[in-house]
Ligand binder design. Structure first.
Ligand code: FE2
Length: 205
């Protein structure tokens, strides 16, 4: 079997994801504030989601019960994780925070995002109008500038998929969901998969 045949047997050519992971790890080798990292990482994620031909079907499968998160890669020092976020029609998250920086790139379909801010009395209020992120769009957030939001599939009749990059291993980070009054509940997100896509066949292109 050639390298290409192995890649095809795995469900696609994962070179774009490998390129992204290597590029993002190199960014993190230089210490920089979250805002600068988001700015530098945005074009890398934009390049990854510009083509929708690399995500293996096993990591693109919706669950009719709830939105699904598949881990695609976790940095060996858990500096960042890459997750495919799969929305069945109409699915949405609760209001939640992250506690680390994050980048979201829309690979398929579209998403609707509502940001929230804390009011002086500790409640949450919507910050600005809901945004619609179309295919190919990239958005970033960080705790210092606000990392509380609610995200939904913008479509009621089709699957949407976004690629998320977080500043840590999200299955190891305790964070919170919030009700409309701003009351938090402890929350740790898990990954739906137990095996990872193999990015590492053969030399890097
Ligand atoms: Fe989020």
């Amino acid at each position: 079997m050639t390298g290409t045949e192995v890649a095809n047997a795995a469900g696609g050519d994962l070179a774009p994801l490998r390129r992204f992971v290597r590029g993002f790890a190199a960014l993190l080798d230089v210490a920089r504030p979250d805002a600068a990292l988001i700015e530098a990482g945005t074009p890398l994620l934009a390049a990854l989601v510009a083509e929708d031909d690399w995500l293996p079907p096993a990591y693109a499968a919706p669950d009719p019960q709830r939105y699904t998160q598949y881990l695609l890669h976790c940095d060996s020092a858990e500096r960042f994780s890459v997750v495919s976020f799969v929305w069945a029609p109409g699915q949405a998250t609760p209001i939640h925070d992250h506690r680390v920086w994050g980048l979201v790139g829309v690979l398929r379909g579209a998403e609707r995002v509502q940001e929230y801010a804390r009011t002086p009395d500790g409640r949450l209020s919507a910050r600005g109008a809901p945004q619609r992120l179309e295919r190919g769009a990239v958005d970033g957030f960080a705790p210092a500038s606000g990392d509380i939001h609610r995200v939904a599939n913008a479509f009621a009749d089709r699957v949407s998929i976004s690629i998320h990059v977080y500043g840590g291993n999200m299955s190891a980070i305790e964070r919170a969901t919030f009700d409309e009054a701003g009351r938090p509940s402890r929350f740790v997100s898990g990954y739906a998969n137990t095996t990872l896509p193999n990015l590492w066949n053969g030399p890097a292109a």
